[in-house]
Design a protein around this ligand. Sequence first.
Ligand SMILES: NC(=O)c1ccc[n+]([C@@H]2O[C@H](COP(=O)([O-])OP(=O)(O)OC[C@H]3O[C@@H](n4cnc5c(N)ncnc54)[C@H](O)[C@@H]3O)[C@@H](O)[C@H]2O)c1
Length: 253
Amino acid sequence: MQIKGNTFVVTGGASGLGEQAVRDLVAQGANVIIMDINHARAELLIKELGSQVYSHGITDTTSESLVNEALDGGIANFPGSALVGAILCGGILSPKKDQEGYGPDGKLTSYSQFKHIVTVNLFGTYNVAQQVSQRMLNNEEMGADKERGVIITVSSICGLDGIIVAYGTSKAAIAGLTLPLARELADHGIRVMNIAPGPFNTPILKTTDIVAPHCLFPRRNGESSEFSKLVLNIIDTPMLNGSIIRLDGALRT
Ligand SMILES: NC(=O)c1ccc[n+]([C@@H]2O[C@H](COP(=O)([O-])OP(=O)(O)OC[C@H]3O[C@@H](n4cnc5c(N)ncnc54)[C@H](O)[C@@H]3O)[C@@H](O)[C@H]2O)c1
């Protein structure tokens, strides 16, 4: 899928892995619609990166209407540029601090925490994937493979290896969505891929007391640029579809 001149949605694009994807997509000539609850940081990025980046305002990915408005606004802002991709990084690791219980440390994960994290991570991901793919159906077929779009979701090795009740379950579900969604969208020329990162140096790690172990090799945490390189590679490689890629330096939690 061609990056230059086309439009991509990046949820969670104001920070961490999503922010780096925004930077690298813009560097390759793409237009980017950031959907993030942290609109202030998105505005700083727009100031820095310029008119190739758009944010409609505070966009909670769990809201059907806000996502719809952000897509309408973003598409109108980039006339003549097709919406061909979505990188769905928006997510949370820990419950809000004012909610009781955190899972680890002897406290059980409460139902409200579980619901909150699954809602943001899983439902927020599907809400955007659904609305984006619905719009991609109208794209002209592109290239030799007649592609219409590519959707990249983000799970976690916590989901695949089974740790942290609410977060791990939400991420396992996102990983589980990959193949069914790829099958549903295949006839329409839209691919779906999932990246399952190990620990990466981003602000999300500071939202929890859990200390992530380093990867086996390289013996360190991942960097956002390594995540973003993989994103660009997936966009560029039509044969990558319906799979979960672990990006974890051989770490098994
Ligand atoms: N950093 C890691 O170690 C790691 C490991 C595995 C998976 N992940 C996943 O990668 C994704 C990106 O995380 P990150 O490390 O860049 O963290 P981050 O905290 O830097 O970025 C997450 C972004 O998502 C946004 N967000 C949160 N809830 C939202 C909502 N309801 N609507 C819209 N935006 C929302 C936040 O404002 C933030 O900008 C997350 O889904 C995370 O679970 C991260």
